[in-house]
Design a protein around this ligand. Structure first.
Ligand SMILES: Nc1ncnc2c1ncn2[C@@H]1O[C@H](COP(=O)(O)OP(=O)(O)OP(=O)(O)O)[C@@H](O)[C@H]1O
Ligand SMILES: [Mg+2]
Length: 235
């Protein structure tokens, strides 16, 4: 058993809008080992994006601990959290979050610019790997939804981060392109030892996954492939 890459202990998150509250996650606990590919599935509104945002230190839980490679990401300052993301995390946002004024290639290079590095060759390689070599100078508004999604995937991989958090990375892709992207992501995990947490609405990515976490309105059931191994439920 390799050492854990992600540890969540009794993590809860409630959103407030005025007096109205929505509990997105309640007492969620799990561990993901280094190099493991975990698929997180669950219905709309069950807290999947919330969970990824907490692991990426984009937001903080109300209770509980989140350790990423031993670092407690719930206690980072904003600057330290930005540094942590840039160094350690490749994130594919559900809404892509590409910068509209930059071309596809420039968007992919963005995480490198933040590190004051630039490796156009790697970015071009990734553009090719996601099937967009001929779109390098297009801006997001000139790309289809699925093309923007693929730019976002290339951007998440460009810094070669040890942890990939991908929110519905194949949600907008046809079967053939989706298959290519799944192979690209799972190869990155298997060949480069990355830890991955991939969100999907359904079990479309179950093939390469080591484990499936099923989330139901804020609580979590963890399954080893097809059989239930342990359950972490709200109390
Ligand atoms: N910033 C916010 N303020 C208030 N409520 C929020 C906020 N973000 C999410 N929520 C609520 O928290 C719950 C979980 O949202 P989340 O985005 O994590 O779900 P999800 O599983 O990613 O859904 P989907 O599959 O539709 O993307 C939902 O009920 C949502 O309405
Ligand atoms: Mg979501």
């Amino acid at each position: 058993m390799t050492r854990p890459s992600i540890v969540l202990r009794s993590v809860s998150k409630t959103y407030w809008r005025g007096r109205q509250s929505i509990t997105a996650l309640q007492n969620v606990s799990f561990e993901v080992s280094q190099g493991e590919l975990v698929l997180l599935v669950g219905p709309s509104g069950s807290g999947k994006t919330t969970l990824l945002n907490l692991v990426a230190a984009l937001d903080r839980p109300d209770h509980g601990d989140i350790l990423v490679d031993g670092l407690d990401v719930t206690r980072l300052s904003r600057t330290a959290a930005a540094g942590f993301r840039n160094e350690r995390v490749g994130m594919v946002f559900q809404s892509y979050n590409l910068l509209p004024q930059l071309t596809a290639l420039e968007n992919i290079l963005l995480p490198m610019v933040a590190r004051r590095q630039s490796n156009d060759r790697r970015a071009v390689e990734l553009l090719e790997a996601v099937g967009l070599s001929d779109r390098r100078s297009h801006r997001p508004s000139q790309l289809s939804g699925g093309e923007q999604q693929r730019v976002a995937i290339a951007r998440a991989l460009v810094n070669d981060p040890p942890l990939i958090l991908a929110d519905e990375p194949i949600g907008n892709l046809d079967d053939e392109t989706a298959h290519k992207i799944i192979v690209l992501l799972s190869d990155a995990c298997r060949q480069r030892g990355k830890t991955m947490l991939l969100v999907a609405h359904d079990r479309e990515m179950i093939g390469p996954a080591d484990r499936v976490f099923e989330i139901r309105t804020g609580s979590l059931m963890i399954m080893e492939r097809k059989q239930t191994s342990s359950v972490s439920q709200r109390t």
